[in-house]
Design a protein around this ligand. Sequence first.
Ligand SMILES: Nc1ncnc2c1ncn2[C@@H]1O[C@H](COP(=O)(O)OP(=O)(O)OP(=O)(O)O)[C@@H](O)[C@H]1O
Ligand SMILES: [Mg+2]
Length: 400
Amino acid sequence: MTGEHLKLLVSTIQQLSLARDLDAIIEIVQRSARKLTAAEGVTFVLKDKDQCFYANEDAIAPLWKGQRFPLEHCVSGWAMINRSSVVIKDIYADSRVPSEAYEPTFVKSLVIVPIRIMDPVGAIGNYWANEHESTKEEVELLQALADITSVSMENIYVYNELEERVRQRTAELEYLNQELEAFSYSVSHDLQSPLRSINSLIRMVTENTDGKLADGELNMLQAAGKSAMRMSALVDDLLELSKLDKKEISKTRVDMNTLVKSVVDDIERDLKTEATILIHPLHEIKADYSLMRQAMYNLISNAVKYSSKNKHPRVEISSHQQDDEIIFTIQDNGVGFSMKYVKKLFVPFQRLHNKSEFEGSGIGLANVSRIIQRHGGKIWADAKLNEGATFYFSLKNGIN
Ligand SMILES: Nc1ncnc2c1ncn2[C@@H]1O[C@H](COP(=O)(O)OP(=O)(O)OP(=O)(O)O)[C@@H](O)[C@H]1O
Ligand SMILES: [Mg+2]
């Protein structure tokens, strides 16, 4: 094998490793075979049950592209049946060759190698117009090419099958996801009106008892009323959450300094917090303004809520760039939590603290997580019990 041959084989292997379909493989192999042997023509033959299918060719004049012959009636078929290469110097002097098939062509000599010797799937045919003395080395080179070809053909089969499987799985998951979304939307939607009537019936009864109910009974009814109101609030939360999945997001340039400042103003007004809230200069991003505002509101109000038992509650909001991502950080010095439960944080209605410690329904972070996901970003948290918590989210689409 000469250096040139080696280079050519290596480059063929490189090209084949990138090929994603059979047509690409055929093109690469034909070109390479012609260069390796200086042949006037190359055919790529596929075994199709008991026929040879001349799938493609690269030749100085037409050969048999697109035609089919029984395996027994063509030389490629002979190579496949006998799992062996065929070398013929003069086709008109060899009994294996149906010479009438060659009469309209330029071919005088040929070398055919099977693709995958153990169980051939095709063959590569090489043809010369003048009598060609083929060397053992040439046949070995062609057989090496055929072997690489067979590996590549198997690879695309596996690749296509994998791709198909991924496509199927994705479609299944999308379907399930949609079903789930539709289900939670309709359940929460349909639960609203019976709950509303339970609430108003309880209210009517408790407001107009005229002393007909014993105190104990009135208390029980009022407690039932409170529970129904609470359930109604939970259902509203659930509905909001499933609306988030449906809502179109419209991204614009968002100056996070202004957004966070206005969120902090609202929180200071709503929660009457004592916390020192420090806003570092923040990056500009592309985001849906109202969704991002909601996410920031939930994160900062959590930081304020869960640090409210510290004597000097402190919340810091900052951002930094890392590669092509902008990472936002919301840090507090509050009660924190054990990282053992970190996976629960973003699940609707999961809480790490109970109601008597801190009010809340456990929906805020689920909302934040959906919002960040819908922006193509990631969210995570880091904390230690009694040593504060830090929430991070990253977005790919920073502008700076
Ligand atoms: N900054 C924080 N420090 C400590 N724990 C936190 C912090 N933020 C969230 N958590 C924990 O994560 C849980 C979920 O937070 P999430 O915001 O979803 O719900 P919530 O604050 O309990 O209620 P709400 O729906 O009103 O926001 C909280 O119950 C709390 O246990
Ligand atoms: Mg919250």
